[in-house]
Design a protein around this ligand. Structure first.
Ligand code: SF4
Length: 485
């Protein structure tokens, strides 16, 4: 049986996930696509790392063996090893008189997240397999993105850390995991289903929990997985099995319980009317890209680059709705234009207005722009926060629909309340795809026609987000009106 280093690392998680990932990957559906962003980032980091080894060559032919060692270049990229069904690949393999040096490239920052246990498991597994082949390993190192790097500065992009000793210490753990992995992978059925901390975001969620109903305690927003497991283990699966008097007032459990009892699956706080402002209302959404490798002088690794905003302005007195936007995919730093254009637009609203955003992301992003020293960012944040209302918080505190399935994301809330999905069929339908599209548009080799096409798709997507906020606001307002009648 073939066992990869990824599988040895994944053994920490849900055994069912482990088994499904190997034998029924197709059941993960589209969700695995969301990993594309990380895969693209990983590829870019790998390419940048290889540039640091000028004599390196990509591996060709089969796995490296003792017999083949003399025939391979001094520095080899993506070197494969295989021993009795265990397969692994070293990002960079360097032959030295003392033995092989294995360099594993990771996209983590050198100081913030630093060396993670899974990194060590990864290299320990490589060490285990390579040694079994009778090859001598002189050193194992991790090559991480340098947290102190700034484009145009003097610090190197990568830092290397010798982890040979710590990898050695993990060998017994690898030896313990191998039979466990083999046992799991040799069974011809998936392990039993039980609630697991990773269930909600899991790509196999739809498959595993296809029979679950939306009033399952698992879908109570922000409920701890330990509490869910305890309830499931005690046979309490549906929120209706819990006595409402035992639930904390204002808790999400109460909202879900009341939604479950309501004929249309909707709970609304009777006081919501007090929370809904009227007048001149702006609805704003930002799109940003996390750049593992900085594009602009002064940026560090994993810099955030907001490149687009969309704003709908609703005058509730007249019912008039206008749209404004900014997007810069020219390849120049979009942040100064982003801040300037948004400041001007908000300034033009006069004194009496409110701005809705969805989640704390926009304000956090403005704070990061200040830290980055973008001119005008501080004044913009002051202006923005002085008028800001988090629409997600309004939803979270005042409303629950069983069709939210435990999530307050706009992509869950909108279809549940408005009964349609505006994102269906879009080329860009979520923030991760928007960030990827931005990166593609701003690459040198991208043609003007392709860039224009991406820009149009980005505009279409981002304006839908703010339009969706307007629709949610209107829904809340209509419900508040009904309650006050
Ligand atoms: S949904 Fe839960 S039980 Fe199913 S594979 Fe994912 S983590 Fe495991």
């Amino acid at each position: 049986m073939n066992i990869t280093k990824r599988e040895i690392i994944d053994l920490d998680g849900c055994p069912r996930f482990y088994w499904l990932s190997r034998f029924q990957k197709q059941l993960a559906g589209d969700k695995l696509d969301q990993m594309t962003m990380w895969m693209v980032a990983g590829m870019r980091i790998g390419e940048a790392a290889r540039k640091e080894f000028s004599s390196g060559r990509m591996a060709t032919g089969g796995p490296i063996t003792l017999e083949r060692l003399n025939d391979i270049p001094e520095v080899l990229f993506e070197a494969n090893f295989e021993w009795e069904g265990f397969t692994t690949r070293a990002d960079v393999l360097t032959k030295t008189p003392e033995g092989l040096v294995i360099t594993e490239v990771k996209g983590s920052k050198s100081s913030e997240d630093g060396v993670k246990p899974e990194h060590i498991l990864d290299v320990a597994f490589q060490l285990y397999v390579i040694r079994k082949l009778g090859l001598k390993v002189a050193r194992i190192e991790l090559m991480l993105l340098n947290a102190n790097y700034q484009l145009g500065g003097t610090e190197p992009l990568f830092v290397r850390t010798d982890v040979t000793n710590i990898a050695e210490e993990f060998i017994p753990e690898i030896e313990r995991r191998i039979p466990e992995a083999g046992k799991l992978l040799s069974q011809d059925f998936a392990p039993d289903l039980e609630h697991h901390s990773a269930c909600k975001p899991c790509p196999f969620h739809r498959h595993c929990w296809k029979d679950a109903v939306s009033s399952d305690v698992m879908y109570v927003p922000r409920k701890q997985s330990k509490a869910i497991k305890e309830l499931h283990d005690n046979g309490i699966v549906n929120i209706r099995q819990l006595d409402e008097s035992s639930l904390k007032p204002k808790s999400a459990d109460i909202k879900v319980s009341r939604a479950e009892k309501s004929p249309n699956g909707l709970y609304i706080n009777p006081d919501i009317v007090k929370k809904i402002p009227t007048g001149l209302l702006a609805f704003v959404d930002f799109e940003s890209a996390q750049m593992p490798l900085p594009r602009f002088v002064g940026d560090g690794v994993w810099s955030e680059v907001p490149f687009q905003w969309s704003m709908h302005i609703l005058d509730t007195d007249t019912g008039e709705l206008e749209h404004f936007e900014f997007v810069d995919v020219s390849g120049a730093d979009p942040r100064p234009g982003f801040v300037k254009s948004l400041s001007e637009r908000l300034d033009s609203l006069g004194k009496d207005w409110k701005v809705f955003h969805y989640s704390p992301y926009e304000i956090a992003s403005l704070t990061r722009l200040i830290k980055r020293g973008v001119p005008g960012a501080e004044q913009l944040r002051e202006l923005f926060t002085g008028h800001a209302i988090d629409l997600m918080k309004v939803v979270e505190e005042n409303i629950y629909h069983l069709d939210f399935w435990g999530s307050y994301s706009i992509k869950s809330v909108y279809p549940a309340l408005i009964k349609s999905n505006p994102y269906d069929g879009l080329d860009i339908a979520d923030g991760a795809s928007a960030a990827l599209a931005y990166q593609e548009a701003t690459e040198e080799q991208t043609t003007p026609a392709k860039r224009a096409e991406i820009e149009a798709s980005l505009k279409e997507y981002c304006q839908l987000d703010t339009l969706a906020m307007v629709d949610i606001y209107r829904f809340l307002w209509a419900e508040a009106e009904k309650l006050s009648d």
